[in-house]
Ligand binder design. Sequence first.
Ligand SMILES: *[C@@H]1O[C@H](CO)[C@@H](O)[C@H](O)[C@H]1NC(C)=O
Ligand SMILES: *[C@@H]1O[C@H](CO)[C@@H](O)[C@H](O)[C@H]1NC(C)=O
Ligand SMILES: *[C@@H]1O[C@H](CO)[C@@H](O)[C@H](O)[C@H]1NC(C)=O
Ligand SMILES: *[C@@H]1O[C@H](CO)[C@@H](O)[C@H](O)[C@H]1NC(C)=O
Ligand SMILES: *[C@@H]1O[C@H](CO)[C@@H](O)[C@H](O)[C@H]1NC(C)=O
Ligand SMILES: *[C@@H]1O[C@H](CO)[C@@H](O)[C@H](O)[C@H]1NC(C)=O
Ligand SMILES: *[C@@H]1O[C@H](CO)[C@@H](O)[C@H](O)[C@H]1NC(C)=O
Ligand SMILES: *[C@@H]1O[C@H](CO)[C@@H](O)[C@H](O)[C@H]1NC(C)=O
Length: 468
Amino acid sequence: MLRHLIFAFLGGVAFTVLLVNAQSQSGFISIDCGIPENSRYTDRITGIDYVSDGSFTDTGVSNNISPEYKSDKLEEQFLNVRSFPEGRKNCYTLKLDPGNSKFLIRASFMYGNYDGQGKVPRFDLLLESDPWESVEFENASSIIYKEVIHVPQKNYIYVCLVNTGFGAPFISALELRPLQNSTYVARSGSLALSERLDIGSTTNETFRYRDDVCDRMWWPISFNNVTLLSGSYSYFGDKYKLPSTVMGTAIMASNGSDFLNINWETSDPESKFYFYFHFAEVAEKQENDTREMTIYEGGDLCYDDIEAPRIISLNLSSSGLEGKTTSYLFGLTSIQSLDLSNNSLTGSVPDFLAELPSLTLLDLTGNNLIGSVPAGLVEKQKNGLLSLSLIILSLMGSVDSSLDENPHLCGLESCKEKKKKNKFIVPAVVASVVSVSILIIAVLCIFWNIRRRKQGTTKYHYLNYLNF
Ligand SMILES: *[C@@H]1O[C@H](CO)[C@@H](O)[C@H](O)[C@H]1NC(C)=O
Ligand SMILES: *[C@@H]1O[C@H](CO)[C@@H](O)[C@H](O)[C@H]1NC(C)=O
Ligand SMILES: *[C@@H]1O[C@H](CO)[C@@H](O)[C@H](O)[C@H]1NC(C)=O
Ligand SMILES: *[C@@H]1O[C@H](CO)[C@@H](O)[C@H](O)[C@H]1NC(C)=O
Ligand SMILES: *[C@@H]1O[C@H](CO)[C@@H](O)[C@H](O)[C@H]1NC(C)=O
Ligand SMILES: *[C@@H]1O[C@H](CO)[C@@H](O)[C@H](O)[C@H]1NC(C)=O
Ligand SMILES: *[C@@H]1O[C@H](CO)[C@@H](O)[C@H](O)[C@H]1NC(C)=O
Ligand SMILES: *[C@@H]1O[C@H](CO)[C@@H](O)[C@H](O)[C@H]1NC(C)=O
């Protein structure tokens, strides 16, 4: 039970940058259950490409939902279902492409009186051979999503529906999305979703693909007595690949020194809960301001001293950056990887880049830089501490023409030679930032022995995502 989140806002550093993220459905398996075999379509609302379930299961029958449950706002995946009136257990087999090891698996259900019985069933789901969740409906138009993050042991996954004596199981859609292996790490077992909330949302919209490249679904939630914040957000190589629509809005306690309380209840006695909090600075702040907060769960300290710029990796490649450097980047003391390639940066390579203690990758190629490379950077690179890319890809267009047009331009190797001749002139790049903002810290709190209210059903571990 998450009782208190304490936010002591002391300001925050703000930067802004816009990036465009590539969005492909690579690795997605999107199955619309119950549509004619071998058919496929692109959903007009989400843009997701669905295929029929014919090649994923051998059993069951196709049905349409009753016309009175159809509407323009309903995703196409809910118009048909596959039901399993025969047999206790019926399964789907999802074959996996090699190369991914962790997956989000989502099963979706809407009864829609497909069988004309007017009675919602209740049944169980299995993942592999383990119990996943029970599926229960409030009414015929309830949409139920069950999600789990799972690391399969083999190159296929079974999802099974189990008849528990309360009506034939059915399913509307089954989806699988690859996730980066290093995200959502569980100590053991799989992680079933409890809630994933878009905090600070100013619309009533649930976001998923294409806003979220991993097609997680984010449900809006509103709070009383809070200040809504919004700004721009880009993930810069954040491994969670959080959607900018979700991260660009936030809430803050109305009185700056006040608490933000988030109440959360569970009916499940046996579960462990993982909370993932994602923070992004979206407010404009003064230069030296910082924002700090402490998170408590119940009375227990969960995470202390979250400070604004804790950026480890910043990828501003091809971001249309112009102009000279700024020392904002100097504040990024944790930064390990900085990619500023393919921009229109001018001026010289700033010395402070050599003083970023954790920097192991610096890419400044493809800019209009001039001057000398700081000795500290060259030294670090020589010692194998830094992977440094300065080679000029383009000044006016191509390597050759730029070098022809400006004989003083050179890459790192040739510059070293020139240095011997005491002509150490190098085009390089600079961080014309721009106010870059951010960032995000994904905070993971794991709470054990959570107290509860009611008897629970058989469930696995839960995940809760909160996004500020
Ligand atoms: C059906 O149940 C959902 C919750 O699952 C609820 O939001 C909706 O109002 C209900 N509809 C009717 C017609 O009762
Ligand atoms: C995925 O992460 C786990 C630890 O969380 C590790 O044991 C496993 O080797 C990783 N798998 C791949 C393919 O990187
Ligand atoms: C969101 O829903 C609430 C309650 O249903 C409504 O009052 C509000 O106007 C809606 N906001 C938007 C932006 O649609
Ligand atoms: C909001 O804050 C005001 C003033 O502090 C208080 O009177 C009111 O009860 C609060 N409203 C809610 C819903 O907490
Ligand atoms: C915030 O709360 C503190 C302590 O309750 C109070 O002294 C202060 O006036 C409040 N500030 C604002 C802006 O309401
Ligand atoms: C920010 O901090 C630096 C170093 O402490 C100081 O030189 C500068 O004047 C400060 N800027 C502002 C706006 O306070
Ligand atoms: C930065 O992003 C570009 C394209 O999005 C990619 O080609 C490049 O490898 C990335 N750089 C790093 C250091 O990951
Ligand atoms: C460089 O950036 C421009 C847009 O700023 C883009 O069109 C181009 O493809 C990028 N080139 C490389 C090599 O990434």
